[in-house]
Write a protein of this length. Sequence first.
Length: 152
Amino acid sequence: MLSSPINEFKRIGPQLWKKGDGGHLLIEDSVLEVIDGYRQECHSALEAGGFLVGFYKGVDLHVINLTVPQSLDKRSRFRFTRKDPKHVSQVTRWYKQSLGKINCLGEWHTHPERLPKPSDIDLHAWQAFNEGRRGQLAVFLIAGISEVWTGG
């Protein structure tokens, strides 16, 4: 049983979601366009993923960048495992360049289904991801073939 449930956000615009705490999630078009390029629209497409990067403003989150699959990541049709240290080094570089304003807000990955839903594996991985965070919980995004699921 998860000690802190992951709740789905309600999409209220092309780039905007309403969070359960009254805050909003804004994801830049440029980020959504990159994720769209990894959607598993054909049967040979592998899952992809990375970090969502941006900043907090009170209870609101603004995603302005992301990391993408790297050579050491593990990818298959039904699984993505972030293994490459380049994800962390890229976020660390953005964090330092922004003097601590820009940071990792969460994770994204794809699913080979039209209307994605988190799997038990996703929910447990996200719970572990949140355990190491102080303050704000992370945001999670799954890009399906047709739709995007977000929660946190």
